[in-house]
Design a protein. Structure first.
Length: 454
């Protein structure tokens, strides 16, 4: 294709080394066994998100114990939304991990008071939490903040509800109690029954920020509140008038709606749209540990979660893994010409690079994704042509918007060059093809760089 600029992937042999290292991670863990205390104390304590702690957290811990060579690995309930995951080594010593899943906010409290070494969170750490833990290091740094999976906040209804999609404005009106019947938003079924997660939940924090606060609204007092996403979804699936929100793995017998935000098309919470974080309510799942954390099990868990084996567990648990793969990209007549030609001749990858607020600096996940992309290209073999496509948020000056979108793509190109992939050119498409409304939260999502290969 002569009209589209490409980046040539080079140096594949050098890039194969980290890829092989990732594949060998479980074996490397086996070569250096982690310490097991002689008393019955847990080797690691994890506190926080119910979204993570209900299934994914225990599964990742069990995977780590198995990678360490422990036998008879078991996941047992230790109370409501709490787990004990244990295994035995060859000398009969038991290593066990305690997980408590009472909401993302409880994880940062536990880091502060020393009752946990790892905080599991379904939303980014807040400014006040960063300040409260400032004495223990920078929680937004790459050493502390680890994106382990991508999830989509699914808007769920009873399977018999005929409604197919909603936009975020109507969704906010529903949960604020301003639209009280299904007929007011073009549906049918009478009075609307609201189901929401509790105030300690990162799932609720995400919904509040991306839906309610974005439209200047608060949650209706009539909403029924739940600590568990699974319980919430089960109630909605039994209520023909119900609507709620849960993480993707908790949809269960309920039905998820497609969702539009601003000028974006209505998108279902599909694997591909969540992987690229184009879906309006896509969110990241995190593990946080303080930069000075001395417990080797904490760092081992993070390393395992980022490894191919850990990401396989992420996918098996119903979340979206961060492994790089080709995704379907439908050609739309409304696409810009260069982009439409690119979509006809190349394949899109499941990586979207995003940036720290107010800068062209890659965010924590993007820095991890640079390594994943380089390793993917190495594993696929030399000779791939790669195109980076930058997008931005709408501004008064379209030329400035186009320039900024290209500058973001160039920032990704520089990081790839450092890793041995020598870029040649990039495309900047300005504010074309928005995936979110042009508000504060949406602008961050619209500022992105896609990756295409041929």
């Amino acid at each position: 294709m002569s009209s589209a600029p490409f980046l040539r992937a080079r140096g594949s042999r050098r890039r194969l080394i980290p890829w092989i290292a990732c594949l060998l991670l479980p074996r490397l863990l086996l070569a250096t066994p982690l310490p097991i205390p002689s008393n019955d104390a847990p080797v690691l304590r994890i506190q926080g998100s119910n979204t993570i702690g209900a299934h994914l957290g225990p599964a990742l811990v069990a995977g780590l114990l198995k990678a360490e060579g422990l036998a008879n690995v078991r996941i047992e309930s230790a109370g409501e939304n709490e787990w004990r995951v244990s295994g035995r080594d060859g000398q009969g010593h038991t290593a066990w991990v305690r997980l408590a899943a009472h909401g993302s906010g409880t994880g940062f409290v536990a880091l502060r008071d020393g009752s946990a070494e790892v905080a599991a969170s379904s939303r980014p750490v807040k400014d006040d939490e960063v300040a409260a833990l400032a004495g223990q290091g920078e929680l937004r740094g790459e050493r502390a903040e680890q994106v382990i999976a991508i999830d989509g906040l699914a808007i769920i209804v009873h399977p018999g509800n005929p409604l197919a999609s909603l936009d975020s404005e109507h969704l906010a009106k529903l949960f604020a109690g301003e639209a009280k019947t299904w007929e007011e938003i073009g549906g049918r079924g009478g009075a609307v029954h609201l189901y929401a997660r509790d105030d300690r939940s990162g799932t609720y924090d995400t919904f509040k920020e991306l839906v309610l606060a974005a439209h200047g609204k608060g949650l209706a007092a009539s909403a029924r509140r739940f600590e568990s996403s699974d319980q919430l979804a089960a109630e909605v699936a039994r209520d023909p008038q119900g609507i709620g929100f849960v993480g993707l793995p908790s949809v269960g017998a309920a039905r998820a709606l497609a969702l539009a935000d601003g000028a974006s098309r209505a998108m279902p919470p599909s694997i591909a749209l969540i992987a690229t974080e184009d879906y309006p309510l896509a969110r990241r799942l995190y593990l946080y540990l303080t930069p000075g954390e001395a417990n080797p099990w904490a760092q081992a868990l993070v390393n395992f979660a980022q490894s191919p084996a850990g990401q396989a567990i992420v996918a098996e648990s119903g979340f979206v893994a961060q492994t790089v793969q080709v995704i379907d990209a439908a050609i739309d007549p409304g696409m810009p010409g260069d982009y439409r030609r690119l979509a006809a001749e190349a394949k899109r990858l499941s990586v979207n690079f995003r940036f720290q607020e107010g800068s062209a600096t890659l965010d924590t996940k993007a820095r991890q994704d640079i390594r994943r992309l380089v390793d993917y290209l190495a594993a696929e073999g030399n000779g791939h042509a790669v195109t980076l496509v930058g997008f931005g948020d709408a501004k008064a000056d379209p030329q400035r918007t186009a320039l900024l979108s290209k500058l973001r793509a160039m920032a990704v190109r520089r990081e790839l060059a450092k890793a041995g992939v020598v870029p040649e050119d990039v495309i900047g498409l300005g504010d074309a093809l928005p995936v979110a409304a042009n508000d504060e939260a949406g602008r961050l999502r619209n500022r992105r760089v896609e990756v295409w290969v041929r």
